[in-house]
Design a binder for this molecule. Structure first.
Ligand SMILES: Nc1ncnc2c1ncn2[C@@H]1O[C@H](COP(=O)(O)OP(=O)(O)OP(=O)(O)O)[C@@H](O)[C@H]1O
Ligand SMILES: [Mg+2]
Length: 350
């Protein structure tokens, strides 16, 4: 990543330095399961900080306070309760057999969670830090409108724009799957298909030379797999998530539980591919690609063993309307979106 302004050394005064920082900016992945912030580090690489988008509240009594202190779990007091946020909340919930509360659901701020916004504000402040200069750019991701549910992305986007601006940044929204293209398809001149398989959603974007032509989402992701697996097996969702994440290979399920996970994975991948195909065939806003384009997959749900192989199998079953080159998964599937937001900030994408 280079900053155009740094080349002009003669104007290297304090103001210029401030502008340079603003131009670099920060990237923020606002996800249902995880929040991730990306920043350029002093070595010129990218540092990504990830936190679970979850919290746990505990009654504020002397016993609970001393227990949290003994366990060295940081907490804050909110509305008269002790609140633990992020990964610590997740670990504590596991210890006590409780479920964490989750501020987001299906890719968007949860309508059923009244404490969602203040909790997310705390986690985001923690991972994003202060702006390095007033008004530093912060590119954050939002999902595309869903094909299968009537959801309100406009409201969600507005809430986070306002939150990030109030933190002293200048907020810019970018589509989640577009961010995957920024992270993974630089060598292709930012042309191709980016897919983010997250916790609450799967997002798709097709871009031509960095310009998004089509973006959409489906309200199916890791949580959808967990819910369905839990239903068919009659077990809690947390158990289904555990089976899914414990290192299985969906090409070769070994038990009835793994079989259930594999079935819903295949269904999710096929559903996303069918929808991309349908959008191509409807022909709206579609550029004609003269060379084959690549498909880059990212998101925590793509981490399961055998994901890309099953993706290629499902891809081979449908008659895809345009030639496709490589189909690959990001090497850093969980942090690619945050990194893509940072790349967008660095090149000043709006
Ligand atoms: N090793 C793994 N194998 C399978 N699934 C995994 C693994 N690790 C994480 N996941 C799943 O990834 C999902 C979270 O992914 P991610 O952090 O990309 O989502 P998100 O960005 O928070 O959600 P969204 O984009 O839908 O709002 C969860 O459903 C989690 O169960
Ligand atoms: Mg995501």
């Amino acid at each position: 990543m280079t900053d155009k302004k740094t080349s002009n050394q003669s104007q290297n005064n304090a103001n210029q330095a401030a502008e340079t920082e603003v131009a670099f900016g920060k990237g923020l992945d606002v996800g249902t399961a995880n929040l991730a912030a990306a920043v350029q580090n002093n070595e010129g690489g990218i540092t990504v900080t990830v936190e679970r988008n979850a919290f746990l509240d505990i009654p504020s009594d002397v016993y609970s306070k001393s227990m949290l202190t003994k366990l060295k779990v940081p907490y804050i007091v909110h509305n008269g309760k002790l609140v633990v946020i992020g990964e610590a909340a997740f670990e504590l919930a596991n210890v006590f057999g409780r479920e964490t509360r989750r501020p987001m659901c299906d890719g968007l701020i949860s309508p059923n969670e009244t404490d969602a916004l203040p909790m997310m504000k705390m986690i985001i402040s923690k991972i994003l830090g202060e702006p390095r200069t007033p008004g530093e750019n912060c590119y954050f991701c939002v999902p595309a409108p869903s094909l299968d549910v009537d959801n309100n992305v406009v409201y969600h986007q507005g809430l986070f724009e306002s939150m990030i601006n109030k933190m002293g940044f200048t907020a810019h929204a970018i589509n989640e799957a577009h961010a995957v293209i920024f992270a993974e398809l630089a060598d292709n001149d930012f042309t191709g298909i980016g897919l983010s398989f997250g916790g609450g959603m799967a997002n798709a974007c097709i871009a031509y030379k960095s310009i998004p032509c089509v973006s959409f989402s489906v309200a199916r992701g890791g949580d959808w797999i967990d819910k369905n697996v839990a239903n068919v097996l009659g077990c809690p969702r947390s158990k289904a998530a555990y089976i899914k994440e414990r290192g299985i290979d969906i090409r070769d399920p070994k038990t009835r539980e793994e079989e259930a996970v594999a079935i819903y994975y295949r269904s999710l991948i096929s559903y996303v591919l069918q929808n991309i195909k349908a959008r191509f065939e409807s022909g709206q806003n579609m550029p004609s690609f003269k060379d084959p384009i690549d498909i880059a997959c990212a998101g925590g749900t793509s981490l399961v063993g055998g994901f890309i192989e099953v993706f290629r199998e499902e891809f081979a079953k449908i008659d895809f309307p345009i030639p496709i080159g490589r189909i690959f998964r990001s090497e850093e599937a969980l942090t690619a979106v945050a990194k893509g937001c940072l790349v967008a900030a660095a090149i000043g994408e709006s």
